[in-house]
Structures are given as C-alpha cells and as structure tokens.
Design a protein around this ligand. Structure first.
Ligand SMILES: [Fe+2]
Length: 336
C-alpha cells in the first residue's frame, strides 16, 4: 500500500488517545481554529481529525498576518483555541498569547522546528529554493547564491512576490544573517532588475511557465503540485550552494491560545498535527517536509528531498524572525 493512504485507524489511535475530551455547553465537543493555511490544503486533515475524535473543529480561514492581527485585537476575548500560521513571524508575534505546550507535544518536533520556550511547534517544513525555466536557462547559467539574483545579468528575467509571507520571512532572515544594509542593497539590486511583480508563489511558477519570467526564489512545495496535474509543466527547481541564505528552511506552525476554553481538545489537535499521519500528509500529498524527524516516504516529483534541503539550509534561528513590520516596510520601499 502506498504511503498516500493517509488516515489509517492504526496510525491515528496512538496519537489521539493521549488527551481526554471535554464536552462543551452544547453537549458536543468542539474547538475553534484560526487557520492561515488554505482550506483546500488542510480541510482533508481537519476532517480526518473530526472523524477520529468526534471533536468538531470550527475553522476561521484567513490570511496569516490578518489572523495574527485579529488575535492581537481580541486578546483574552478571542474564541480561538488554536492558531495555525503559514509562517514563523506570525507565530513570534502571537507568542505572548500562547500557552506553554506540554512536553508530550513539543518533544515530537525537532528542536530547530519549534519555539525555544515551547509555545509553538512547526507543523511542516518548507525550503526556499530556486525555480527556473529549463528551456531558457542551462544549469551553468543559474545563480549559485541568492545574492546573485540581484546581478544585472538577470535584468528582466525575475519574478518576485514581495508581499508573500515566505518572501517577507526570507528577507527578515537576510537582515538577521547579513545585516540591514546588505538586505537593503539586495532589494535595490532586485528592483533594478525590473522583476515581474506577482501576488504569490503560485503566480511565480505560472509566470515562468508562461514565459513572462525565467527564474524566481520560492517555496519548494508548489512545483510538486503543478507537476502532479501536469508532468510536463515547464519549470524546474534546484537549490543554491550549500549553506546559502537562499536555501532557508521555514515552517508553518501552530500554538494554543491561553484564552482557549477547551484546552484538552486543542492539545489533541496539536498532537494530531505532529502525528505520523499528519506528517505523511504534509510530505506525501502537499509536498512539504516533516518536522518530527520520522522517516517518511517522499512522493514529491519535483526533486529536492528533505535530507538535501536540511543539509543545504543556512543556520538561522527561526525564533529570531520576528520583525515583520520593519521587514515589510523595507520591502515596500523598493519593490511594489
Ligand atoms: Fe505557501
């Protein structure tokens, strides 16, 4: 049986029997989830959790930054029990509102993929990397560092998604590792290359497929999705040289709000996200990477496996990627 067979009872039972259930006032058991992750991506997983536990998950979908702002406004009055964010910056912003998670949950996740104070865990990993047109660029023409994308030789050939959360986190990491002056110089170089400005990572891929651009820095998991529906989709991906900031490893992640009125259910949900079932789903069906160190059979068709991505990633502490407002302001100054 292929690993894609996701929700076997055997896998689920182990992770879900740990915490007890609480009945809410309506006689059913429920929890409210704020999800910055898109519905098509996570709905199948949430439904599996509901089927197995009998707990109803009321989901409010929205942009990660938008939901993080909402949580700030709502404070202790928020109906949310769990916040599932696309990026670490939003988790850092929300951290003061999170409770400390039990070690039974945090211990499942590799230390590099969780909060140093135990208030959030990564739920899946994603690597930044290079996508390009294999028709218009030979391997020898490719930049070996992210810095090189700002080289004038790539003028008119880049696609950039300046407001995308992963791009913002990436520039935040660039500021951390190389300083503000270097990050700003890089943004100036990118702007001088007159990139095609698009909304998100998907649109970057499409821009290359449509011939509007030849290369872009993006997240690893999109190409697998495109190739799953069209094996001839004319985009390829590769990483920069080992340790380059262009190979940054990021996470989507989640935490439990201190104000949650059903913490046992919230803990069961978090436990589920770190379970082999969920980790296999992120890896096998969504083409992201596991965060729990378990060995998972990769099904991605697009090429950069987890071991390679992890080995090539620069050393950046995700806990430190918190100044998203400052980073966004810097980006807006140069790319619009
Ligand atoms: Fe994404």
């Amino acid at each position: 049986m292929r690993q894609r067979h996701l929700f076997s009872a055997a896998l689920l039972s182990g992770s879900l029997l740990l915490a007890g259930c609480q009945q809410d006032s309506t006689g059913g058991d429920s929890l409210t989830l704020y999800s910055g992750r898109g519905e098509p991506l996570v709905a199948p997983l949430i439904e599996a959790f509901e089927r197995e536990t009998g707990i109803t998950v009321d989901v409010r979908y929205g942009g990660t930054a938008e939901l993080a702002n909402l949580l700030q406004e709502e404070g202790g009055q928020s109906p949310a029990c769990v916040f599932w964010a696309q990026d670490v910056a939003a988790l850092g912003t929300t951290k003061p509102l999170f409770k400390v998670l039990p070690a039974s949950i945090t211990d499942k996740v590799e230390p590099v993929f969780r909060d140093r104070d135990g208030k959030w865990i990564g739920t899946s990993g994603r690597a930044r990397l290079l996508i390009y047109s294999p028709e218009r660029l030979q391997e020898g023409d490719l930049p070996s560092t992210m810095a090189e994308l700002a080289d004038p030789k790539f003028k008119g050939r880049l696609a950039v998604a300046p407001t995308n959360g992963s791009f913002v986190a990436h520039v935040a990491a660039l500021r951390l590792s190389q300083g503000d002056a270097a990050a700003e110089a890089w943004l100036q170089g990118i702007a001088a290359n007159e990139p095609v400005i698009v909304r998100n990572n998907t649109a970057q891929h499409q821009a290359i497929a449509d011939g509007e651009a030849d290369l872009a820095s993006t997240n690893n998991y999109y190409l697998g999705r495109f190739k799953a529906s069209d094996p001839n989709f004319p985009v390829a991906q590769t990483q920069f040289e080992p340790g380059d900031i262009g190979n940054l490893m990021l996470v989507a992640g989640a935490g439990i709000l201190e104000s949650c009125n059903n913490k046992p259910a919230a803990q069961m949900f978090m436990d589920f996200l770190a379970s082999p079932t969920a980790q296999q789903y992120f890896t096998g069906s969504v083409f992201e990477y596991p965060v729990t160190g378990i060995s998972i059979v990769p099904e991605g068709t697009a090429g950069v496996d987890y071991a390679t991505a992890a080995a090539n990633a620069p050393k950046v502490d995700l806990n430190d990627l918190t100044d998203m407002q400052g980073t966004l302001a810097l980006i807006n100054k140069h790319l619009n």
